[in-house]
Design a protein. Structure first.
Length: 319
């Protein structure tokens, strides 16, 4: 199979049929073999009924329904597990991503041999203050921190070689950073393509300003995991040893100073009256805690097991 179109969605009943017809038109005009995988992330409208009807009409349509809203990352994870295509395209269900971009994205993967192609919505139809400006700041920070030179990490329209999505783990809220996850997994042949951004036709956006706050926190998480995720002791152990050494050095200095004053019969004060006593004590305690945190992190990492991150209540079109 050439293409898998993976579409996570939440309450997009009004746009689904139009999006489906648009995708099918593009697929047929290019003679692609394809599948369309809709992942209903706990919709409360008629989205699942529409998906079920489409699956009955077209064997190329598959549907996965979560029993509640788990988030876009979990929806993509479920879609990636099911995808069979050589090239996987992800897009949003709100008609703001243009299916006409798919053939060029496909060619960049199959003919230009890129691992991942990320869409870049250079011209946007969103509010400048609520989305455009925060998005630019967020993307600048993401580029600087991750080293992946993309203009638009948040664009849902992306294309992947099959090996990429089968070897990365999209979890938590990491869907924004799939290119970073791919790079960390060794898939560094990443590029971007300028794509059309269309004004929302139905409903309203499901994302608020909090997504940018969460995005920065996730960025810190993925930076930490990429550097120290496999060996937490390298960070916590080093910090612990450093702080313990500083604390021990301060305590040793206090002790030597005390002995020197006693030997020379100089005026002296109690050790507990010296502020450096408490500073050294705190440094040694914190250093010990950091070291233990690293040790426990190593134990947890080596004994961790995968757990179910979402519950699927229904499927359609899936064997």
């Amino acid at each position: 199979m050439q293409l898998s179109i993976v579409i996570p969605l939440l309450n997009e009943e009004e746009s689904l049929t139009e999006l489906y017809n648009w995708i099918v038109s593009v697929m047929q005009s290019n003679s692609y073999s394809y599948e369309i995988i809709f992942i209903d992330d706990g919709s409360t409208d008629g989205s699942w009924k529409t998906i079920s009807n489409l699956a009955v009409q077209d064997v190329n349509v598959k549907g996965i329904k979560f029993n509640r809203n788990y988030g876009k990352s979990q929806a993509l994870h479920a879609g990636f597990l099911e995808a069979l295509g050589d090239v996987i395209i992800t897009m949003d269900a709100d008609l703001q991503d243009n299916p006409e971009e798919i053939p060029e994205l496909y060619d960049l993967i199959q003919k230009e041999h890129f691992d991942l192609v990320s869409g870049w919505k250079k011209k946007r139809y969103d509010s400048v203050l609520s989305k455009n400006l925060p998005s630019k700041l967020f993307n600048a920070a993401a580029r600087k921190t991750s080293g992946v030179k993309l203009h638009d990490f948040n664009c849902g329209l992306k294309a992947y070689r099959k090996e990429v999505i089968k070897n990365i783990d999209v979890y938590g809220e990491m869907h924004r950073y799939i290119p970073v996850l791919a790079k960390n997994a060794g898939f560094s042949n990443i590029t971007e393509k300028e794509v059309k951004h269309q004004a929302r036709k139905y409903g309203k956006t499901k994302f608020g300003m909090d997504r940018f706050i969460n995005g920065f926190l996730d960025l810190i998480s993925i930076w930490f995991l990429s550097k120290f995720g496999k060996r937490p002791m390298h960070l916590f152990g080093a910090l612990g040893v450093l702080m313990f050494f500083l604390g021990f050095s301060a305590a040793a200095w206090i002790g030597v100073s005390k002995l020197y004053k006693l030997y020379h019969q100089l005026p002296n004060i109690l050790v507990t009256q010296n502020p450096w006593f408490f500073i050294s004590l705190i440094l040694m305690v914190i250093g010990t805690q950091f070291f233990l945190a690293g040790f426990l992190g190593e134990l947890i990492l080596r004994s961790s097991r995968d757990t179910e991150r979402y519950l699927i209540s229904k499927t359609t079109g899936i064997q």
